[in-house]
Design a protein around this ligand. Structure first.
Ligand code: HEM
Length: 486
């Protein structure tokens, strides 16, 4: 007679073999989807090891798409998709976010737009803020106009002092994102002045990096940055209370919008101050990181291509009035936005160096979905990455080359097709709320810099993009020489 423990051992082994090897490899509805790595169908070890080492796995995922097509399996229950059908189903179909967002983006122990998982509460809070982030509001706002006047003067003043010296543009680019954003959130009079106060900028960005990258000292760093942003919120609240602005001051536009919306009945029951602070915190840091990455790669490409720099300057000088230091009024934001070459340079930089290149994950709904003809069951982690959309050679020929001229083609159908694949701000209900403000400040800053200066690369070692959720240059620097143009 066969001993009972042997029967148990064989049964357990058969179960394990079926459940962990045969089922995912041959019988799961996902088994027809090609694996990015030989082990992906049976284990999450490959992708998790990359992530545990601080990587996103984006270059490996991109190479899998190039080899295997628009839908690939990263682990037994995680897929990457790079197609328009995927975008539509996942991001416009209301698939919810997964837990990883809560851990990464919660501030003050309170959810915000980025970290909220449920679509209902998210939709409520987004509607409260959408108006002040719409393109027409930003382009017509008196506050935005005053912010632009004050900060363009500040930026040109700093660059004038640094003229002809070797200057790390990466730092000032970080400051541009902070000063422009905090002025819109909290009012110009309460905002940061990181362009001139270098020590304050270094402290806050160092502490935020420790928090975001979960480095040793994370807890203390989180407390420092949260206290800093809470201080800005309190200053904004005092400005609203006093109801008076100085000649050069502006209203705390975003802070007061959220504050007044939350004062309405039916608002969430958590502490109003914490909800606002958590939201403001995210907008502030989203702007710092993404602006410094986008501006740095724009300046790098323009410095590598002097002829393009000259063509851009020629276009910028058509602005009326020109954005030249000493002019007291700025051109209408709509006229800056409409410049074709400036637009093409920005779009090509955002395509080639998306600040957030990695997969934005969601979870399939309980009844599953069908993407690219494949049925995918419920509760599967699924997502798309800007890098994978932007590197499609059928849509963007020679996708690894910097070619702003591709955005200037006459063929309208071709431009529409590229725009459908241009996914730097995400899409659907969770698309970036700050995209119009970001485009406004990036175009304005580049227009101000290149109307007044030419730039030359002095040291670009480590300029290649890091493999990270927010991906700046590996070397964390770009040393340029700024030379005033007559
Ligand atoms: C070049 C600049 C920027 C890029 C490339 C960028 C990119 C993105 C992307 C890809 C998402 C979608 C995330 C997802 O679906 O999981 C997002 C969301 C978001 N971004 Fe941005 N962003 C930029 C600037 C900004 C700025 C200036 C702000 C400040 C308001 C901001 C605030 C946010 C917020 C609050 C969300 C969450 C929106 C939601 O879930 O409803 N971003 N951003």
């Amino acid at each position: 007679m066969i001993p009972i423990y042997e029967i148990l051992a064989v049964t357990s082994l058969s179960f394990l073999l079926y459940h962990y090897i045969l089922l995912p490899l041959f019988f799961s509805p996902l088994s027809k989807i090609p694996s990015a790595h030989w082990s992906s169908a049976i284990s999450a070890r490959w992708i998790n090891t990359l992530r545990l080492n601080g990587k996103t796995g984006i270059s490996e995922t991109l190479s899998a798409h190039r080899r295997l097509g628009p839908i690939v399996r990263l682990s037994p229950d995680e897929l990457s998709v790079a197609s328009l059908d995927g975008l539509r189903k996942i991001y416009s179909g209301g698939f919810e976010k997964d837990e990883s967002y809560v851990q990464e983006f919660m501030n003050y122990g309170t959810p915000n737009l980025v970290s909220m998982l449920g679509n209902k509460e998210h939709g409520m809070q987004k509607r409260m803020l959408s108006h002040v982030y719409s393109k027409s509001y930003i382009q017509n706002s008196e506050d935005v106009r005053k912010i632009a006047e004050g900060l363009v003067e500040r930026l040109l003043g700093v660059l004038n002092n640094e003229e002809e010296k070797n200057f790390d543009a990466y730092g000032i680019n970080q400051a541009i994102g902070a000063d422009f954003m905090s002025a819109y959130l909290f009012g110009l009079g309460n905002a940061t002045d990181f362009m001139t106060d270098i020590e304050a900028r270094r402290t806050i960005t160092r502490e935020h990096r420790t928090k975001f990258k979960r480095l040793p000292g994370e807890e203390q760093a989180t407390a420092i940055v949260e206290r800093f942003v809470m201080g800005l919120c309190q200053a904004a609240a005092r400005t609203i209370e006093k109801e008076e602005l100085s000649e050069t001051g502006t209203r705390p536009v975003v802070y007061s919008q959220l504050s007044s919306q939350l004062a309405k009945p039916m608002s969430p029951s958590e502490s109003k101050d914490l909800i606002i602070a958590s939201e403001m915190f995210d907008h502030f840091v989203a702007s710092i990181e993404t602006s410094r990455i986008s501006l740095t790669y724009m300046e790098w490409e323009l410095s590598r291509h002097p002829e393009l720099q000259r063509a851009l300057r020629k276009e910028l000088l058509t602005l009326s009035p020109p954005l030249i230091r000493g002019e007291t009024t700025l051109p209408d934001p709509k006229s800056i936005d409409a410049l074709p070459l400036l637009n093409a340079v920005l779009k090509e930089v955002l395509r080639l160096y998306p600040p957030s290149p990695a997969t934005l994950t969601r979870v399939t709904p309980p009844n599953g979905t069908t993407i690219e003809g494949c049925f995918i069951p419920g509760n599967i982690v699924i997502g798309t990455a800007a890098q994978c959309m932007h590197q499609n050679a059928d849509v963007f020929p020679e996708p690894q080359e910097f070619k702003p001229e591709r955005w200037l083609v006459e063929d309208e159908e071709k431009r529409k097709e590229m725009n459908r694949w241009f996914w730097v701000f995400g899409s659907g209900g969770r698309m970036c709320i700050g995209s119009h403000y970001a485009i406004h400040m990036l175009k304005l800053s580049i227009a101000a810099i290149y109307s007044n200066f030419e730039t030359e690369i002095m040291d670009d070692e480590g300029i290649e993009q890091e493999d990270a959720f927010l991906a700046g240059p590996v070397g964390e620097k770009l040393v340029l020489k700024f030379r005033a143009v007559a």
